[in-house]
Every structure is written in structure tokens, then in C-alpha cells.
Design a protein around this ligand. Structure first.
Ligand SMILES: Nc1ncnc2c1ncn2[C@@H]1O[C@H](COP(=O)(O)OP(=O)(O)OP(=O)(O)O)[C@@H](O)[C@H]1O
Ligand SMILES: [Mg+2]
Length: 401
């Protein structure tokens, strides 16, 4: 009997500790978040852009969102999607980073549109029967509470023409009497598919006539996105409003960083918060990553040493990736980066610079530039060239002779 009571007590105690841990984990807010889209307390500023994007969504305007890497495109789109409460507007989000071919894309497109415009799984099945009669999809019910089912539609060139799939949101929008905003992340993938130009023509050809659907297209590779949307001869030229997402202003970051430190019972001066931001040139993801490293070094109030250790930690976290990137470069490309590192930003074709940095010929310089831009290592601001990744820049200075 006594034995039984002790066992019961132990079970209760264990259960109590387990529940407390779960509650703590669920409520413990992260001070800084990076490497994923952010929301709530971890999302700052962007008031103007949020308002504008929301207005575009509500008014059925196509938008193309462009910015340098990891500035906050995915986060702002998800935020605006959550803010849309109008009963006649539905939003669909899809990430096509892993779609390698045209039909990969159509399968992702159709399944996300079906899932996210339905309120229940039965409605998905109903809509498949109604709009995609020739399919016999495989539906699997999953035990995870977040997605109760997954399915593969099996769309192929044999059973459906591209145009029929691309019309799906328009048909659903009409049937439900709603406007659908389709947001496609990593859209530059379309430009990488075999026979990409034909695919782009198809998409544009169908999408531009739709009444019940608008699109928000964005992606992480800025120069590929620019190629798709800003060249006159490309099918998506002037498809919608180009929106450039700028860096979050330093003053907003300072307020954000100081308050996040406070939420953890620590303190950082405005001056050091500003230096966090400046060190990584306001790159949103790196601001959060460096702030997190500095916070981890801080006992109570951040000192100069804590800040420096935070920067060292950030470099250590990135160094394996940078080493890998540098390993893949040719001697000429490295020389070009050395020139940038010394502060040269233009006139690479001049005799002095060609000789000084051993860059070969003038035409070699343009090949180097294209190759480094394709690798997303450099970018252009008017005629000036710069190293894209601010942390790579620091790492290069410290480690490469
Ligand atoms: N409004 C914001 N407030 C605070 N931090 C932000 C904000 N937007 C982005 N970040 C930070 O930047 C990181 C990257 O954000 P996000 O993934 O939205 O950028 P992205 O531009 O889509 O990146 P990629 O170019 O890789 O697709 C986030 O994990 C977060 O640390
Ligand atoms: Mg993104």
C-alpha cells in the first residue's frame, strides 16, 4: 500500500515537473531570432512597408519584392498575410526553393492553392473533384496537429496542361467569391528551370488576365530576380509594382536591441547597440545574430570586451562557410576581392589596377565580376562594386592576406 502511494507520488511529481518545463518552454521568448522568418516581438519596424504591402494585397495589385539577402522579405510577407482579415480575401504562401522543373512547380502551386483556400480537408477533396477531375491524388493523413494531411497530386504533362493548373486559383476565387493573393517565395527558381523562358511566358500569359487573383513574387537571389523582372525583353517585365525593401533604420534597431536586452534582465548602451548594427551594415539577420552573441557574453551590462567577444563568436560561426566559399574561387577572383578589400570600388579595367592586383585583361575583369555576382559574393550600386556579405568582409580582412 505504502509502496503504491510512493509510486503515485513520484508519477505526480514527474508529471508536474514535465508540465512546468513544457509551459516554461512555450512561454520563454527568444531574445533574438535569426535563420527563420520572424514575427511578433521579434519583428521590428517596417510600418510603412507593411501598410503599403497590405494595401496592395487588399486591392489586388501584383507586387515584386526585391532586397539584398536576409533583409526580411519572407518575414514581412508572412506578417502582412496574417494582418489581412477581410473575409473576401484569402492568402496563399508557397516556397518553391526545391522546385527544379516546370511540373514540380505546378504540383506545388496546385497543392498549396488547394490546401490554403480550404477551411477543411473535405473541401480540398471536393475542389479536386470539381476543378482537377482527371487526377487521382494520394492523400496521407499525418499525426502532426499542424498539418492533418499531406497529399501528392500527381500532375504530369499527360494529364494536365500548364494553363489549366495556372487557372486553378482563378476558378477557386470565382467559385468562393473571394480574391486570392498568391505569394511565391524563392521565385527566382523559375528562371533556373530548363526552358525557363517558355515557362515564364506561360505564367505571365495566364496570370495577367486573372480577375480574382493577384501575386506577390519574391526571392532571395536579388540579381536573378532583377533579371526576371527588370529587363524589357523578359516576359515578367512590368508585371507588377516593384517594391524595394530597404534596411531597417539604425535608430529602430537601437530601440529594438536595447528593449530585447531589458526583456532578459540585461542592459546595453545605445552606443554599443548602434555598433552592433553598424558592424553588420544593418543586415537584419546578422543584426539579430550579433546581438544574440553579445547578449550571451553579457553578465549584466554589456562592456566593450563583451561586444568584441560577440563579434569574434559571429565570425567563428560563419568561418566554415566563408572558407568553403573562398576555396571555390580562382586566383583572379581572389585578387579582385583583395582589391575590393583595399577599398577599390571602380575602374578595375585601368592599367594601374589591372597590374597592381594581377587581374589579367579588361575583358577578364568583366568575367570575374559576372562569376562573383553569380556566386552572390559581390553586387553593384550604380557603377560601384561592393562585397555583399558584411561579415564576409570582416572575415576576409582578418584572415586573407
Ligand atoms: N522586421 C524585422 N525585424 C527584426 N528582424 C528581422 C526583420 N525582418 C527580418 N529580420 C531578421 O532577418 C532574418 C531574415 O529574415 P527573412 O528570412 O524574412 O529575410 P529574407 O529577406 O526573406 O531572406 P532571404 O534573402 O534569405 O530569403 C530573420 O531571421 C531575422 O533575424
Ligand atoms: Mg526569404
Amino acid at each position: 500500500m505504502v509502496h503504491k502511494i510512493v509510486v503515485h507520488k513520484l508519477v505526480y511529481q514527474y508529471f508536474f515537473v514535465y508540465i512546468c518545463t513544457q509551459i516554461k518552454e512555450a512561454t520563454m521568448e527568444k531574445a533574438f531570432v535569426y535563420g527563420m522568418s520572424v514575427e511578433g516581438e521579434n519583428f521590428t519596424d517596417r510600418v510603412k512597408e507593411t501598410k503599403r504591402l497590405k494595401m496592395d494585397f487588399e486591392n489586388g495589385i501584383n507586387v515584386i519584392l526585391v532586397s539584398p539577402r536576409r533583409i526580411g522579405k519572407s518575414s514581412i510577407v508572412r506578417k502582412v498575410m496574417k494582418e489581412i482579415t477581410h473575409p473576401k480575401i484569402k492568402t496563399v504562401f508557397m516556397d518553391i526553393y526545391d522546385c527544379k522543373s516546370e511540373y514540380d512547380f505546378y504540383n506545388r502551386f496546385a497543392s498549396e492553392v488547394l490546401k490554403q483556400t480550404a477551411t477543411k480537408s473535405e473541401q480540398v477533396i471536393e475542389n479536386i473533384k470539381k476543378f482537377l477531375v482527371r487526377l487521382t491524388p494520394k492523400i496521407a493523413f499525418t499525426p502532426e496537429p499542424m498539418s492533418e494531411y499531406s497529399f501528392s497530386l500527381g500532375i504530369t504533362p499527360q494529364n494536365y496542361k500548364p494553363e489549366e493548373i495556372l487557372q486553378l486559383p482563378e476558378l477557386i476565387g470565382k467559385a468562393q467569391d473571394v480574391h486570392i493573393v498568391v505569394c511565391i517565395d524563392e521565385f527566382q527558381q523559375v528562371g533556373e528551370m530548363p526552358d525557363s523562358l517558355t515557362i515564364q511566358k506561360r505564367l505571365r500569359g495566364v496570370w495577367q488576365h486573372q480577375r480574382n487573383v493577384s501575386y506577390c513574387l519574391f526571392g532571395s537571389k536579388k540579381h536573378l530576380m532583377t533579371k526576371l523582372f527588370q529587363h524589357r525583353k523578359m516576359p515578367f517585365f512590368q508585371f507588377g509594382e516593384m517594391m524595394y525593401l530597404d534596411k531597417i533604420p539604425t535608430t529602430d534597431w537601437v530601440t529594438f536591441i536595447c528593449s530585447r536586452f531589458e526583456s532578459q534582465g540585461k542592459q546595453i548602451s545605445e552606443d554599443l547597440a548602434q555598433r552592433i548594427c553598424e558592424t553588420v551594415e544593418g543586415n537584419s539577420s546578422y543584426v539579430q545574430q550579433l546581438a544574440w552573441n553579445v547578449l550571451a557574453e553579457t553578465e549584466k551590462t554589456t562592456t566593450e570586451e563583451d561586444f568584441n567577444r560577440g563579434v569574434d563568436a559571429l565570425l567563428a560561426q560563419c568561418s566554415a562557410l566563408f572558407e568553403e566559399q573562398v576555396k571555390g574561387l580562382t586566383g583572379y577572383q581572389m585578387n579582385f576581392l583583395r582589391a575590393l578589400n583595399d577599398g577599390v570600388t571602380s575602374d578595375f579595367g585601368s592599367k594601374a589596377i589591372l597590374e597592381n592586383y594581377n587581374l589579367g585583361s579588361k575583358s577578364n575583369v568583366s568575367r570575374i565580376k559576372t562569376a562573383l555576382q553569380d556566386k552572390e559574393m559581390i553586387d553593384f550600386d550604380n557603377d560601384k562594386v561592393y562585397i555583399e556579405d558584411p561579415v564576409f568582409k570582416i572575415w576576409f580582412k582578418r584572415n586573407v592576406k
